[in-house]
Ligand binder design. Structure first.
Ligand code: SF4
Ligand code: SF4
Ligand code: SF4
Length: 378
């Protein structure tokens, strides 16, 4: 075992391979306050990559309702239960064990293997509410709400320290130097399923038809062309932005992902305590139960929610959120000037510009020039 630096946990962790960060790291930020569970992302991925035989229950992107939903069934509850209670220190450092540190003797990772039935209900628990039922006419005002749920879209997190890679006895899984995307070499894989067992997020999946494992490929053919992944560019709610995240200390204020994660602290990794440094980041839902959110996103949840609620006073962050979903290209740099947000490519060429505040035009009910009355239609 080597000691590697995990900045999500504020300490070194044990990992079977030496510390090595790729030249740059693929990452997606999701604003969970805006997801409407339309599943367009799920279908965009499915129709692009997993419409073949043996992939019927394979959703590289899925959207589940928290707290009751989970695909495969209860994936997060089961691994958290196995890990047992762990604690964070007062300064946000993790005091507990990661999955690799808690591995049983002669195993690389603490794990569980979902059954076939666990994979059969991709949308179980949809819209099920925590805290009781919501009756007609009920009004929820104070935050956080006592009745709540939220939608959690998920892809492979292309972890910095992937459990799937650590567990593969064939060394068939590798992390690309150019973008940090984690791939399974389909020629080397023999379908032992160790990656399926080891990935706590259950984002490595076994294909019973081809008898090898498959997973989200980060849409690398698009990323290589400077285009964001299918599940990102097709997002109806415009809640997602893909880019490259820098380690802390190398963060750039004009990099959208760095700005949301490092500069503003708005977006957090999920289940960081598992120890893999996952590279999908979430802006937490401000209405949901705080203890639940702390378990899922770690101790910086309150700060992230505070920063989110202060956005109306922050034109730069507001402008960046307006850029999300405005282009299919990867925005490497952004700026906000005089009420307009600009996105630029790697060479600094302008990709897109959007107004931070849309102009509101009020029209008269009667247009005397056209002699036409305008009214709302039912
Ligand atoms: S989320 Fe799972 S499958 Fe994806 S890189 Fe991490 S451990 Fe591997
Ligand atoms: S990044 Fe690409 S392969 Fe991965 S879940 Fe999204 S659409 Fe699917
Ligand atoms: S397309 Fe966007 S809004 Fe719709 S479910 Fe997916 S992440 Fe949520």
């Amino acid at each position: 075992m080597s000691k590697v630096k995990n900045w999500h946990l504020g300490r070194e962790i044990e990992y079977p391979y030496d510390d090595h960060r790729p030249k740059r790291q693929w990452a997606i930020v999701f604003d969970l306050n805006k997801c409407i569970a339309c599943q367009t992302c799920t279908l965009a991925c499915k129709t692009t990559w997993t419409s073949g035989k043996g992939q019927e229950y394979m959703f590289w992107n899925n959207v589940e309702t928290k707290p009751w939903g989970g695909y495969p069934l209860a994936w997060d509850l089961r691994i958290l239960e196995k890990l047992g209670r762990q604690d964070w220190g007062a300064k946000g450092e993790y005091l507990g064990k990661t999955l690799i540190e808690a591995a049983p003797p002669n195993e690389r990772v603490l794990h569980f293997f979902p059954t076939d039935e666990d994979w059969m209900y991709p949308n179980v628990g949809e819209d099920d509410c925590a805290g009781g039922t919501v009756d007609g006419g009920m009004h929820l005002d104070a935050l956080p709400h006592d009745r709540w749920f939220f939608y959690l879209p998920r892809t492979c997190a292309h972890c910095t320290y992937p459990a799937c890679l650590a567990a593969c006895p064939r060394k068939a899984i590798y992390k690309r130097e150019e973008d940090g995307i984690v791939l399974i070499d389909q020629a080397r894989c023999k379908g032992y399923g160790e990656c399926v067992r080891a990935c706590p997020y259950k984002k490595s999946m076994y294909n019973p038809y081809t008898r090898i494992s498959e997973k989200c490929i980060g849409c690398y053919p698009a990323v290589e062309q400077g285009i964001q992944p299918q599940c990102v560019v097709n997002c109806i709610g415009k809640i997602r932005v893909m880019g490259f995240i820098s380690p802390p200390g190398q963060s750039r204020r004009d990099n959208p992902v760095d700005y949301l994660v490092h500069e503003k602290g708005l977006a957090l990794p999920y289940y960081p305590q598992l120890g893999l440094e996952p590279n999908i980041y979430y802006i937490p839902p401000i209405h949901a139960d705080r203890d639940y959110l702390k378990q899922m996103f770690g101790p910086r949840v309150e700060d992230a929610i505070k920063a989110y609620r202060e956005l109306p006073d922050d034109p730069r962050a507001q402008g960046l959120l307006c850029l999300i979903g405005s282009t299919d290209r990867i925005i490497h740099k952004f700026d906000v000037k005089q009420g307009t947000a600009f996105g630029y490519d790697e060479q600094g060429a302008e990709l897109v510009r959007v107004p931070v505040t849309e102009t509101v035009i009020e029209r008269a009910a009667f247009d005397s020039k056209l002699g036409a009355a305008r009214h709302n239609t039912p």
